[in-house]
Design a binder for this molecule. Structure first.
Ligand code: FRU
Length: 397
């Protein structure tokens, strides 16, 4: 397939970006001023006000951790997407940073959708994200029209960025609208990008592109097609190598699958975030060696994104308030992220995720309750007067 990867980024400015950012800051501030804090998180990342969903652009860059997130600054429900931003030196204490992206280009008129960050060989960071438009020009009744975009930060603190524009267009005859959430990495001498696609046959796929300069991309092949024909889209795909306990390299493919039907205890959410472990060689498709497994068995874990900090693979997920009515929507804020978790491949051949060691820094007092036995419907109060508690349990069922 050719003809949809331009030689140079394409952009059409329709609004002044810095004016849009100023308006968005005012939108968040207006919610923050009357926020009801009854359920506002003590240490999970949330916006000061407004709605948030997916974690975006996760990275450790020039001594700081950066977490961006999908943000609607003008409502406590999903709406035209911006990127909010917080940064930290320890992953425990976070500083609010200016909003990073607001829709200002024709190519992203209806939303700056999810994406990732990657550090180039020149030590400079790039942001890849999806530019979203409604196909009918007004609402979601006609489906999406989406393209992949590039932006570059203006400074080492990542407090603002310059949009370079569209780097991958959508071949609309080969795609059933959904076409989003780029993830970029380097293997050997080449840069690779994958993102989620709903094929013309409505199959959930991840397409693979390659590049020498991180700007001009070439379509390579379908990296992965979900075997379940009910699955029509793979949102927020992730793809990374990981070593097993013997030091062998495996590849992990992660995605949030839309359309799967519930089966037993599996796929009980509206959409389901999970992974498969397998192998990958450039020039080939991903070869799964496991079935699809959920990242988290809770009902609210969605759109996770992972990144490598040089030593660890760390993942944040969105604690999605998928169940209506959404409890905090009248409180001026909605949605927060999970704690960061480190992903490891255990001796049992499966992935494990546990809060990163830095999270111990949140603890002020600890109490060891020893072994507790609970009968059917038994109860035990662990803490009834704390402002925030963390409960660590090993459960013998
Ligand atoms: C997942 C998702 C992404 C998209 C973003 C839009 O929750 O639908 O696929 O980029 O949210 O906010």
């Amino acid at each position: 397939m050719t003809g949809f990867t331009p030689d140079a980024p394409v952009l059409h400015e329709i609004k002044n970006h810095s004016e849009e950012l100023t308006k968005a800051e005012a939108g968040v501030a207006a919610f923050a001023a009357k926020r009801n804090n009854r359920w506002y998180p003590k240490f999970h990342i949330a916006s000061n006000g407004g709605w948030i969903n997916d974690p975006n652009g996760l990275c450790f860059y020039k001594g700081r951790w950066h977490v961006f997130y999908q943000l609607h600054p003008y409502g406590t429900q999903w709406g035209p997407m911006h990127w909010g931003h917080v940064s930290s030196t320890d992953m425990v204490n976070w500083k609010r940073e200016p909003i990073m992206f607001a829709p200002s280009l024709e190519e992203e008129k209806d939303g700056v959708f999810s994406g990732s960050a990657v550090i180039g060989d020149d030590g400079k960071l790039r942001f890849y994200y999806t530019g979203h438009r409604w196909a009918n020009g007004k609402d979601n009744t006609g489906g999406d029209w989406q393209v992949q975009m590039l932006a570059e930060p203006d400074n080492d603190e990542l407090t603002s960025a310059t949009k370079r524009g569209m780097i991958i267009d959508c071949p609309t005859d080969k795609v059933n609208h959904h076409y989003r959430d780029p993830k970029v990495w380097k293997t050997g001498d080449k840069w690779y990008m994958t993102f989620g696609v709903s094929s013309a046959e409505k199959r959930g796929q991840m397409w693979l592109f390659s590049s020498d300069d991180m700007v001009k991309w070439t379509y390579e092949q379908v990296l992965f097609e979900h075997p379940d024909p009910d699955v029509f889209m793979l949102e927020c795909p992730d793809f990374f190598p990981i070593k097993d306990v013997e030091g062998n390299e495996k590849w992990v493919i992660g995605f949030s699958a839309m359309g799967a039907k519930a089966s037993g205890f599996m796929n009980r959410n509206v959409s389901n975030a999970g992974y498969m472990i397998g192998t990958w060689t450039p020039g080939e498709a991903f070869q799964p060696e496991t079935e699809f497994r959920l990242w988290d068995c809770g009902h609210n874990y969605y759109a996770p994104q992972s990144f490598n900090d040089g030593e660890r693979q760390i993942v944040y997920g969105w604690m999605s308030p998928f169940v209506e009515p959404i409890p905090m929507q009248d409180d001026g804020w909605c949605g927060n992220l999970t704690l960061p978790r480190e992903i490891t491949l255990g001796a049992d051949g499966d992935l494990h995720t546990a809060p990163v060691a830095e999270m111990d820094g949140l603890r002020e007092n600890t109490t060891d309750f020893g072994a507790i036995s609970l009968g059917v419907n038994g109860e035990q109060t662990i803490a009834d007067d704390a402002e925030a508690v963390e409960i660590e349990m090993t459960i013998d069922l």
